[in-house]
Design a protein around this ligand. Structure first.
Ligand code: FAD
Length: 449
């Protein structure tokens, strides 16, 4: 079935139509409206962190790579207050980890000792060794609010050796590169032996365990999504009197057409659907957290906040109702020792990818790359790796959560920061938009014929 990764890489009889119909006609329009709200449009990010891996990173200087940060008065006060707080439910109180621990100890007398210990231990792990990603220090003077609606992901012109170096690092260093393959791991379509590279790569991949194949597909799905966006919002006219952005069918075909990419294109698109299903599954699992009455989308505008919370729950209910959910039970299900080793490898790979995003020379690409990398961890939780997660997806520790009584899950101890919620929904918004854009491209291609 489409939703299980148990056989070879192409085992899924892609039920693309079901997903298209669900996403394009039902979920996508609702999500778009939600993401326009004040709560979801402002994201705090540090785009000035140095690249931790190599020193030659230059800022590309392309005009369309620039990111316009918000001036302080553009960001609603309630958003600023709730973002400074790590925990969204207590939006207008400042609360340190330490205070949180004290509160947990003092107030939650109803929790069993075991549960309390588990919660405290998760908090302790938040900033420690078992983290999955590097998160920006929001208090740093280099961290700034960005209006995501004013800085859309689209064609920037970022390309060439630097962009390739980033993608190569992501795939080669983190996708468990086989030592037997000397050439770049990803099939290089510009290379004269592209078809051969692709063959070698896929035969290697098919021999790998299901978790590694799933991991590769996630990264490839993200890569496909970025490249769909830049083809759908391509700079079509750059004359002195106007700038026009729109669909560039040739660019899309160049990247995804089966013949032009040595048969790789359709595979990459399937990986996008795969990523969609995983993120959808993760959202569906998140529903109980957002259903708590104490949870609020706080911006300070009470009526709007309530309306947006309703819209958000509606989307999560819809996600839950999807009939073909990804089935994660086959992942990390083998020998305990091996599974633990694999989980650690996957954790480190995710961690590295989040660091690599600080090496992206184009600020606009870096912004969206960082935001989406943060969601990789969320997805990671959905993949049932169930490690103690760090700040990034601190509240989404599925196995532990599932083991707790519902009353505890709905209690105040499980929290997500506004930043986490904003990145989660916006990253899913990117994938959902990519799926919608595929329909646009199909229609444009049909018109051309
Ligand atoms: P690339 O997309 O750079 O691909 C490099 C190699 O990977 C090629 O061998 C290709 O065959 C292989 N490959 C391509 N797609 C896949 C896939 N889905 N799965 C597996 N292998 C694949 N550009 C913008 O205009 N706007 C943006 O917002 C933007 N964001 C970016 C974010 C990040 C994090 C990065 C690293 C780059 C971003 N770029 C963006 C650049 C863009 O992704 C491409 O790198 C650029 O357009 C050059 O494309 P290319 O055709 O050379 O191949």
């Amino acid at each position: 079935c489409f939703c299980q990764v148990t056989g070879d890489l192409d085992d899924c009889a892609c039920d693309v139509e079901t997903i298209d119909d669900f996403n394009n006609n039902r979920l996508f329009p609702k999500l778009q409206r939600l993401l326009e709200s004040d709560y979801f449009r402002f994201y705090k990010v540090n785009l000035n962190k140095p690249c931790p891996f190599w020193t030659t990173t230059s800022h590309c200087g392309l005009r369309d790579c620039a990111v316009k940060p918000c001036s302080p008065n553009e960001v609603p006060e309630g958003v600023r207050a709730s973002s400074h707080n790590k925990y969204s439910a207590a939006a207008n109180e400042h609360q340190t980890d330490c205070e949180q621990e004290n509160r947990l100890g003092a107030v939650n007398v109803s929790l069993s000792n075991e549960t309390r210990e588990a919660l405290l231990s998760w908090n302790r792990h938040d900033d420690e060794a078992e983290r999955f990603c590097v998160v920006d220090d929001e208090e740093s003077p280099d961290s700034q609010y960005v209006d995501l609606l004013l800085n859309p992901e689209r064609f920037t012109g970022y390309r060439g050796a630097e962009a390739w170096q980033i993608w190569n690092s992501i795939y080669e260093e983190n996708c468990f590169k086989p030592f037997t393959i000397k050439r770049p791991l990803i099939p290089n379509v510009l290379h004269s032996s592209a078809g051969n590279d692709a063959k070698i790569f896929h035969s290697w991949l098919e021999g790998q365990c299901v978790e590694i194949r799933a991991f590769y597909r996630l990264i490839s799905g993200l890569h496909a999504s970025i490249n769909i966006h830049l083809s759908a919002r391509y700079l079509l006219d750059d004359s002195w009197y106007q700038k026009k952005w729109g669909h560039n069918v040739t660019e899309f075909q160049k990247r995804f057409d089966a013949d032009l990419t040595a048969g790789e294109g359709p595979k990459r698109l399937r990986n996008l659907y795969f990523l969609y299903l995983i993120e959808l599954r993760a959202l569906a699992k998140a529903l109980p957290f957002f259903q708590r009455s104490s949870f609020q989308l706080y911006t300070g505008k009470v009526e709007e906040d309530q309306k947006h919370k309703g819209m958000m729950l509606d989307i999560l209910q819809l996600a839950r109702s999807f009939p073909l959910h990804f089935d994660e039970t086959s992942l990390f299900a083998g020998d305990e020792k091996e599974a633990a080793k694999l989980k650690e490898d996957v954790r480190l790979a995710f961690l590295n990818i989040s660091r690599i995003m600080d090496c992206v020379g184009c600020f606009k690409c870096r912004l969206w790359g960082k935001l989406q990398a943060r969601t990789c961890y969320y997805t990671h939780s959905s993949l049932k790796t169930h490690l103690m997660s760090g700040n990034c997806f601190g509240a989404l520790r599925w196995r532990q959560i599932e083991a707790l009584p519902t009353s505890d899950i709905q209690g105040p101890a499980f929290q997500l920061s506004r930043q986490e919620i904003v990145s989660l929904f916006n990253a899913f918004g990117r994938i959902s938009t990519s799926i919608r854009e595929l329909q646009n491209f199909r229609e444009l291609l049909a018109e051309e014929q």
